[in-house]
Every structure is written in structure tokens, then in C-alpha cells.
Design a binder for this molecule. Sequence first.
Ligand SMILES: C[S@@+](CC[C@H](N)C(=O)[O-])C[C@H]1O[C@@H](n2cnc3c(N)ncnc32)[C@H](O)[C@@H]1O
Length: 259
Amino acid sequence: MSAEHWGRRPRDWADLAEPSNAPLFERVLGVVGAGPGTSLLDAGCGSGYALRLAADAGCTVTGLDITPELLGIAAERVPEAMLVHGELDALPFEDETFDIVVGFNAFPFAEDPTRADGEAARVVRRGGVVAATTFAEAERNESTALHLALEPLRGRRAENGRHHPYALSEPGGLERLLGDAGLAGVSAGEVPLVWAHSTVDEAVRAVLASGGGAMAIAAAGEPAAREALTAAVARFTDAAGRVQMHNVFRYAVGRRPLP
Ligand SMILES: C[S@@+](CC[C@H](N)C(=O)[O-])C[C@H]1O[C@@H](n2cnc3c(N)ncnc32)[C@H](O)[C@@H]1O
């Protein structure tokens, strides 16, 4: 997936989408031991919400992303971070650079997720940890209804392409990814998330700001994408117009073996 898909509406992504995943970021940063004296790379850092949490926990933080517009917002959120424009599949860092590498909801969008996770394992030090997160299975996420609403608009090519948000969502998918990269002692867990918006318009804009939203707009135009999302979000909307979607995310963590 290219940068243009994630960079069309960076403010909406930063303000309406990324904060919904805060409990996931907090849980995983705790599991990996993010804290004073540790160096952390967030691979696919987006607009830097998780980087802010890691920096506040005391980490020295580096973020990498393919989308310059999101990195621009990350620079505002986390001025102390080193931010690098680059690809998950070819990380521009020396071997064994970081104590911790996290990939929050990013590896499914890599050109080759296995290669990208191999890169994460390469740049973490021996004895350091790598964590990856993504949606649990599609049927356990209410927001899947919104992805499904956009699929007919995007057309067959995008629908069948390899950049699917659920590419690693089958049970064991993340654990296999980390194991294949040579990481050991892999453990996994789940975090329930409530994606809450005060209006239907905010919920729709959050999805339009994603890569999938941008692809639907490019293929069918914004009015059609808005209409499809507004219809799909109706069943998650209360009488006051507030939206809540209950989702489940999964994470896996593995350690690079010592020599
Ligand atoms: C679903 S967003 C996740 C953002 C943030 N980590 C979060 O969890 O909210 C996917 C992110 O991956 C980035 N991305 C997609 N393909 C990429 C690639 N090949 N290399 C680097 N970043 C990529 C996008 O720009 C976007 O910031």
C-alpha cells in the first residue's frame, strides 16, 4: 500500500482514528517493557499516538512510516522523536539498533509482511523484543461492517489484493509471523477496543482517512463512499447520534534469542 493512501486526510486519521487504539498501545507498551533507558522503534508509526505514549513512559523513540503527511503530525506530537520516512520491508537502520520494535496495525499493509517482520527482528538487539498487533478475526469486529461497505466500491482488484487489513487476523497469524522471523518465546493476547465517535460524520471521516477509505474514494468518489459508510454505521448509532463499535485486537510478542 502506498503513502498516497494514508496521507489524504492526515488530520482526520490523527484525531479520529488513531486515538481509538490507545488501550491497545498502552497494553503492548507495558508487555514489552517500554520504559526509561530503553530505545524503541515504532514501525508504521502513523501520526505518532503510540510514540507519544512510549516517550512519556521514558523510552528514546524512533518512528518510521511511509506517509510523510502522518510523519508531519507525529513530529508535532512527539518533537523529541527521531522520525524516518521509509518502508517496513527495508528498514533503514543498522542491525541490532533498538531494544524494542513495535508494529502497531502496520505489518498487514507491508508489501511482504514476512519480510517486514524479518526486518523488525534484524534491527532489534539480541535479547530485545518485537511486538506486532492487528485486528482479531473479521467477524469479531463490528467495524468490519464498514470495511465490507467499501469493498464493492473499491472493486475486485483492491478487494482481492494482498493489502488487506485482516491479512494476519486468523488465530495464530501473528505468532507465526514472529516465529518465522526467528523470534523466540512468542506469547499473544487480545485487547477489546471501543471505537467511539460523538457523531456519524466523525465515524465516517475516521474510515475515509484510512487506506481503504482512500481507495474507495479514488475508485467511486467521495459521495458514494460517504453514503455507503453512513448506511453501514447506522446500526451502531444511538438515539443521540453517538456511534460505538466494539472491536477486538490481537498482539504477539517475541524475543530475539541471545547468541
Ligand atoms: C492502520 S495504520 C496504523 C497507524 C498506527 N500505527 C496505529 O496503529 O494507529 C497503517 C500505517 O502503516 C503505514 N504504512 C503502510 N504501508 C507501509 C509501508 N510499506 N511501509 C511503512 N509504513 C507503511 C501507513 O502510512 C499507516 O501509518
